[in-house]
Design a protein around this ligand. Structure first.
Ligand SMILES: Cc1cc2nc3c(=O)[nH]c(=O)nc-3n(C[C@H](O)[C@H](O)[C@H](O)COP(=O)(O)OP(=O)(O)OC[C@H]3O[C@@H](n4cnc5c(N)ncnc54)[C@H](O)[C@@H]3O)c2cc1C
Length: 323
């Protein structure tokens, strides 16, 4: 997303832009997403939810998001809901294919299957973090676009950028490998109702998961095989979110009390580590970094990756064109 946003904004400001996309289609994980671009209603809540993230970058994203969403709408990106239907958050839900089309239309020509080892500066790097690499290295499922290996981050570090390290990621409990079209509906997002047990039979997450269950997904990643069981009693099985998502389960076992255990795997959607940037999205002279290639923003919790991509993409383009 962030690369398309940066290209669209730079062109709007009169710059000539070359867009290089490694994959065979534009849109990255944005195209696969639920399309909800959101922020916490209050900045203090963002801090409370993501205490390990950079406070200045959090403030920046939080303050600029609403006008950035208006900009997207002006480009013609289709809105399907004007709120997030969540108490803690505000934002808009876009239809992801239409959102991609609107950005592609504004970004100009996109060179597909075109990763370049030494792109010229001024350069905006926005390669979507390293979910593919992290999932491979840790033996976890990938729940992201298939291309984001961390090449953009490596490139900026090689040019003198600083790393924000860490293995934290945004993820979901998945029933097993599923096609991309099922990344959203198949997510087993009801862990709060379950007894959470690993393959050794240990209850590994005794407390209450956070609202996003991102902490639970990471706890599953730390269990043997990056997997676990959700054990549901008859009452839990009647909840609407369970009823909606159980049909996607791939491995289940009946429990003696009429309940069910469902196999879940941690799926990596995007990474939190990346390149350190300043509040103008600069990493080093001549290089800006946007989207989840920028590290250290949501650490300790979960915040909208689309919001990070949108705001930093706009900012990177505006600063690059002005300098
Ligand atoms: C199923 C799913 C649901 C989601 N739902 C939401 C949601 O509702 N709300 C939300 O905020 N977030 C959501 N997300 C997360 C969100 O999609 C990402 O955080 C966001 O897309 C990150 O933006 P980005 O621009 O950094 O990366 P991407 O959107 O992934 O774009 C990165 C692009 O870089 C390309 N690329 C990779 N390497 C190279 C290279 N070397 N050279 C050139 N190009 C390269 C990739 O192919 C890709 O097109 C969801 C993600 C998924 C998968």
């Amino acid at each position: 997303m962030a690369g398309l946003v940066a290209a669209a904004r730079a062109r709007e400001l009169g710059a000539e832009v070359r867009v290089l996309e490694k994959g065979d289609r534009p849109g990255g994980s944005m195209r696969l997403s639920s399309g909800v671009i959101w922020r916490y209603r209050e900045l203090v809540e963002f801090r409370r939810q993501c205490p390990g993230g950079d406070p200045e970058l959090q403030r920046l994203i939080w303050e600029r998001l609403d006008e950035a969403i208006d900009w997207l709408e002006r480009l013609g990106a289709p809105v399907v809901a004007r709120d997030t239907a969540r108490e803690l958050t505000a934002g808009r839900r876009f239809e992801p294919r239409g959102l991609t089309d609107a950005l592609v239309g504004a970004a100009g020509e996109i060179e597909l299957s075109a990763a370049e080892a030494t792109p010229r500066e001024p350069l905006v790097v926005a390669t979507g973090g390293y979910p593919v690499r992290l999932a491979r290295e840790r033996g976890l499922l990938r729940r992201s676009n298939p291309c984001s290996e961390g090449e953009g981050i490596d490139l900026v570090l090689a040019r003198g950028g600083q790393a924000v390290a860490g293995d934290e990621f945004y993820g979901r409990a998945m029933p097993g490998p599923v096609p991309e079209a099922l990344y959203v509906p198949a997510a087993q997002l009801y862990g709060r109702l379950a007894r959470r047990v690993n393959d050794r039979g240990e209850e590994f997450f005794p407390g209450e998961p956070s609202w996003s269950e991102n902490d639970l997904a990471q706890a599953i990643a730390a269990q043997p095989g990056g997997r676990a069981w959700y054990e549901l009693d008859a009452e839990a099985l009647a909840h609407a979110e369970v009823v909606d998502r159980i049909p996607y389960a791939q491995e289940t076992e009946a429990l003696p009390d009429g309940g069910l255990r469902v196999r879940v795997y941690a799926g990596v959607t995007h990474t939190y580590g990346g390149v350190r940037i300043d509040t103008r999205a600069r990493a080093v002279d001549g290089v800006w970094v946007a989207g989840v290639d920028a590290g250290g923003i949501s650490n300790g919790g979960y915040a909208s990756g689309l919001a990070q991509a949108l705001v930093l993409g706009l900012l990177a383009a505006e600063d690059a064109v002005a300098s």
